[in-house]
Design a binder for this molecule. Structure first.
Ligand code: SAM
Length: 291
């Protein structure tokens, strides 16, 4: 792993309030007041550079950042997804970086699912500025409801590559939902951010389990399924805005899907160690009931 370049470090993440305090709208003003704004039009790279500058000199932003971003753009070059989905778009850093990469490899759709309507409006504005509105669609609302609706409408029938970067305890539930809707199937690839910081033990355990282990664990979840395995700060990250989180533990997914999963170590844009878990769905074992 390449060492972290301190010169590119984002401002340190605040202990308590590090988003949803007006900084996202401040970022929009920062972007649109750039003296070279006309050079930014149609240039994903230049817009990303301005977002990085804001987060390095003004306020921390919870973006995937350059180092982990490269892991995913390399994956996009390899997988060449027609359809890519991101769960959690925030102000659109990953949306711009990955949406542009998907377009470059000939992909046709990048869905950015973002629950906070104010953040989604920021993404939409920056995507328009970047000239990516043809390929990127921003969907406002909780990821599970959006996935169900897009699937029901027939707008989303399979996912080639999915970037998970939203509410940490929802990674596993949304993956199981995608399995159940057959959006994820052999050939699909998953890239899950923040599996070191803050970490995601339930998700990692699942994607690293064998089919037999997943079948054995079916229906055996215990305790508070939402917060099990997570620090309180992570479990309550969005509580102020969203209230108590509800995740549908009834979704069983498809334990027959076979995954190969590897951790790629990297850095948060602040220089804190983190990693992206890359998971490939490589097959499906049919369920044979033993009598
Ligand atoms: C870490 S930020 C995403 C950063 C972004 N992917 C990037 O790298 O530029 C997490 C985002 O997920 C959103 N989010 C949290 N829970 C969500 C949910 N259940 N559905 C959709 N979005 C959610 C938050 O509002 C926040 O904007």
């Amino acid at each position: 792993m390449a060492p972290f370049n301190e010169q590119n470090a984002y401002v340190e993440q605040e202990e308590t309030v590090f988003f949803d305090d007006g900084r996202e709208i401040e970022l929009l003003h920062f972007v649109y007041s750039q003296p070279h704004i006309d050079e930014l039009r149609g240039s994903p790279e230049k817009i990303l550079a301005v977002i990085d500058e804001f987060a390095r000199t003004k306020k921390y932003l919870m973006n995937v950042g350059e180092d982990k971003g490269k892991i995913v753009t390399d994956l996009i070059k390899e997988v060449k997804p027609q359809t890519m989905v991101e769960l959690g778009g925030y102000i659109g850093y990953s949306t711009i970086l990955f949406g542009a990469a998907v377009r470059q490899v000939g992909g046709s759709r990048y869905w950015s699912l973002e629950r906070n309507p104010e953040f989604a409006a920021v993404i939409t504005s920056l995507i328009d500025l970047a000239g990516l509105s043809d390929i990127v669609k921003v969907i406002v609302g909780p990821s599970d409801a959006s996935l169900r609706r897009l699937h029901k409408q027939g707008a989303l029938s399979s996912i080639d590559l999915m970037f998970l970067d939203h509410y940490k305890p929802a990674y596993l539930y949304d993956l199981k939902l995608c399995e159940q809707l057959r959006l994820v199937s052999p050939g699909s690839v998953l890239a899950a951010d923040n599996v070191i910081k803050p970490g995601n033990p339930p998700y990692l355990a699942y994607v690293r389990s064998s089919v037999a282990e997943k079948r054995a664990a079916l229906g055996s979840s215990s305790g508070d399924a939402v917060t099990d395995g997570f620090a309180e700060k992570t479990a309550k990250q969005y509580e102020k805005r969203e209230g108590h989180e509800h995740l549908n533990a009834e979704v069983l997914g498809d334990p027959g899907l076979v995954y190969q999963s590897v951790l790629v170590n990297s850095w948060e844009p602040t220089g804190v160690p983190d990693g992206v878990e890359i998971t490939r769905c490589v097959g499906k074992e049919e369920w044979i009931e033993k009598v």
